[in-house]
Design a protein around this ligand. Structure first.
Ligand SMILES: *[C@@H]1O[C@H](CO)[C@@H](O)[C@H](O)[C@H]1NC(C)=O
Ligand SMILES: *[C@@H]1O[C@H](CO)[C@@H](O)[C@H](O)[C@H]1NC(C)=O
Ligand SMILES: [Zn+2]
Length: 430
């Protein structure tokens, strides 16, 4: 019954006008009092089909998106667990429309910045691509590379930034990535801002001279475009073939990597956390893997930007710490403090912690795979949530006023991480 209702909702959503899909959807805030409750709430996402926007931990309330017809079921399930819930958004369609209105208004006033992208809008795939091409044409330090094609055939493009064309094998490599999850739009300005600071408006020359950078702004281009065109909170890829009728589309890329694959994720194709047919079943996760493998002996820091929670997480997702767990925590705290120093006062301070211990066991993340194959510092970086006065615009929804700040404040953290790498890269240790 439960699943039937959701399938019905999914099935008919495409024939409706934009955002009608979310008519009657609500968002609940969940508060858990211990780790067991957090784990059981997490399991609701994998076993049932609730879309968890942010995970609950004993000190951190979570948010869950629930279709109207499933409200009762949700309340029963959460009640059985013993967790508390509270209605946070009573009509999701309205807040999606509010975001669109705010973004459209801001974009209509957008000031042109010759040779640069503006930081008052969320740029689409094609705009980002032509920006990357322009940079490569104009700057000797920049190369554009395609890591392969997405399921729908879009190039998965990344920048290589290097003063020595990646030929100096003594330099450490740092990789920054955004939009592995399609709906997390506010992560894009983070990588675009970093590109600007490393190519156009260089204030930290040593970071450009002494590090080779790989920046992948749109890791999931199909899902990203789909979230703009159709379903705002689309998170997965757009691959088909998971169910006979192809009713349920897409794979959660951050469950599709080969680390503990399938243990704490969903094998239900309609779930937002569906892990796919097997590790690396998706061309998008293969692309990320191939980039990392190509530079494995020099890659020191992998920074995967997500939204949201104001949290810097490190591996492993099963709560077992890598041998350098203390260093991961230390560098995470240094990055968090640098961001806290310049963040908006209304945002909470960053938390830093191990993914499995802070929330629940999670499997198949890119972060864990990259850590597991030997990159010393691998993080999931969860940006702050936006909350306007009445809390209507929340979660991954974007406040246009925050776009530039998102890039600026996170760069402060990346800067500190990069400086740590310069001091402590493996090549320095004999
Ligand atoms: C999480 O993973 C660890 C390590 O495999 C295991 O000991 C623990 O029981 C797991 N917790 C849950 C709730 O599955
Ligand atoms: C919430 O606040 C926004 C401005 O931040 C406003 O545009 C919107 O109408 C408000 N919504 C409600 C339901 O009060
Ligand atoms: Zn994410």
């Amino acid at each position: 019954m439960f699943k039937t209702v959701l399938l019905f909702t999914l099935c008919f959503s495409f024939s409706l006008a934009k955002h009608e899909h979310y008519d009657g959807y609500v968002v609940y805030k969940i508060t858990v009092s211990d780790k067991q409750q957090a784990e059981r709430v997490y399991a609701l996402e994998n076993e049932l089909l609730f879309d968890v926007w942010s995970y609950a931990a004993p000190s951190i309330p979570g948010l869950v998106l629930v279709p109207g017809p499933m409200r009762e079921r949700f309340q029963t399930e959460v009640g059985n667990i013993g967790a508390q819930y509270e209605l946070q958004v009573d009509n999701v369609k309205e807040v999606v429309e509010l975001e669109e209105k705010l973004l459209t208004t801001a974009a209509s006033r957008s000031k042109k910045r010759p040779g640069r992208l503006s930081f008052d809008k969320i740029h689409r795939y094609a705009e980002v691509n032509s920006f990357l091409d322009d940079l490569a044409e104009k700057y000797d330090t920049v190369t554009v590379v395609s890591a392969g094609k997405s399921f729908e055939g879009r190039d998965i493009r990344y920048l290589k930034i290097s003063t020595t064309n990646f030929q100096d094998t003594n330099k450490p490599v740092i990789m920054l990535q955004s939009l592995l999850h399609a709906r997390e739009w506010v992560t894009l300005p983070v990588t675009l801002y970093a590109i600007e600071k490393l190519v156009i408006d260089i204030t930290d020359r040593d970071l450009v001279d002494n590090i080779d950078w790989i920046i992948l702004p749109i890791a999931n281009p199909d899902g990203y475009e789909f979230s703009h065109e159709h379903i705002r909170f689309w998170r997965k890829t757009r691959s088909t073939g998971h169910t006979i009728t192809n009713l349920c589309v897409g794979v959660d890329l951050n469950r599709n990597f080969d680390y503990n694959f399938g243990r704490w994720s969903s094998d239900i194709a309609c779930s937002e956390a569906y892990h796919g047919k097997g590790p690396f079943s998706e061309p998008e996760s293969q692309a990320v893997r191939n980039i990392v493998l190509e530079h494995l002996n020099r890659m020191e820091l992998y920074f995967d930007v997500h939204s949201y929670g104001s949290i810097i997480l490190y591996g492993f997702g099963d709560g077992i710490l890598p041998p350098n767990g203390l260093t991961l925590n230390l560098v995470g705290v240094k990055m968090a403090q640098a961001i806290d120093a310049v963040k908006w006062p209304s945002k909470p301070n960053y938390l830093v912690g191990n993914l499995g211990l802070t929330f629940s066991n999670v499997s198949g993340t890119a972060m864990d795979y990259v850590q597991g194959i030997g990159v010393p510092l691998s993080y999931i970086h969860e940006m702050p949530a936006h909350n306007n006065e009445n809390n209507s615009l929340t979660g991954t929804l974007v406040d246009p006023n925050y776009i530039e700040q998102a890039g600026y404040e996170t760069w402060e953290g990346i800067n500190v991480g990069a400086r740590w790498v310069l001091q402590n890269a493996r090549r320095n240790k004999h």
